[in-house]
Ligand binder design. Sequence first.
Ligand SMILES: [Zn+2]
Length: 152
Amino acid sequence: MKFKKRKFVKILGFSAIALLFPIKAILAATKKVINPNLSKEQKKVMFNEGTERPFTSDLLKEKRKGFYHCANCGNKLFASTSKFDSGTGWPSFSEALPGAFKTKLDKSFGMERLEYHCAKCGVHHGHVFNDGPKESGKRFCNNGLCLIFKPE
Ligand SMILES: [Zn+2]
């Protein structure tokens, strides 16, 4: 009798973990650290929707041909042909590659801005505005810390 009781407790404990697991798995899938070498600053921007200080990104001067990837998961986000100098101090792009991002309305700081995040790993990248200079009319204002440039 004693043995049976213990076995029952064990089964109960196991089902509790099994029940909790799908919720945890869903939460983790929306935003998770894939690149273990991310710096503290990168994590702050990507996971807490922070903003890097303007005019600090080395990518502002990047003029080579290639692609910009997500620094966390490597997802291909922008082609160098869409990059332009917006004068804002953040790397700016007129359009993203199809399916690269998902967007969400951000109402922080008393403004309504369209926040965008990596469609693959969910980390924050920047905000998109409708005052772009090219045909798309878009300006993707991206934190340089979230990007890795790979020249072609
Ligand atoms: Zn990503």
